[in-house]
Design a protein around this ligand. Sequence first.
Ligand code: C5P
Length: 262
Amino acid sequence: MSDVSRPSPSEARTGNPAGTSAGTRTAVVIPAAGRGVRLGPGAPKALRALNGTPMLIHAVRAMAASRAVSLVVVVAPPDGAAEVKSLLDAHALPERTDFLVVPGGESRQESVRLGLDALPPDYDIVLVHDAARPLVPVDTVDAVIEAVRDGAPAVVPALPLADTVKEVDPAANPGEPEPVVATPRRARLRAVQTPQGFDRATLIRAHETVTDDVTDDAGMVEQLGLTVVVVPGHEEAFKVTRPLDLVLAEAVLARRRLNDGF
Ligand code: C5P
């Protein structure tokens, strides 16, 4: 674990599209405190192994792969902060990035807020990235940071949908038929991923103001009446939710190993 007060060598780095530029420093908050019940019984989702390495470590590496990112705050399961700290110590991570671990809360929203509370003052851009999206490519991370630097208060990576989506009146019991209420035009819909990127002050205001239950942070910024923009997401940024997603994630890693010539 490195000391957050250490000045990041990336401050002096130039030439990368999303490299550190004067006046903007980027931190990432990774909520990793969920149980992951849809994945079946076992360890908290973020600590499950993919190709022998915990999903969380893949997610941390994916964020630290961006030269613009100089701090990663991991929000650990409330009783698992010590375990997460030793995991980070045990795995090779880029020298230029600092790491902090804080215990999480009851909901994703609360976990993100606890991560924000732990941020040192000198970060203007904050990304929030689900530990459950371990394979997001660095180009997607950089595209999000770039759009925040260009002035957007909130940025989400997203993809068009393959399926048509129906809005229903949800049944009281699972498995019962559900009446369709509406069919939004598919061409106008996007499936949203992470990392989502924010002007730090905007995200903090959103977390202080919005108390409704939301499934993503950008939704809270929308509730402030601000414009959230979408940049292209990536199919490898999918969320590991169900057992089949673990199979897909292992397949993506195997393809990467093949392409890297290992
Ligand atoms: O449950 P869901 O898949 O939406 O969780 C998304 C992310 O939020 C996961 O990385 C999970 O670990 C995290 N989370 C959290 N604290 C909670 C619940 C979920 O950090 N209480």
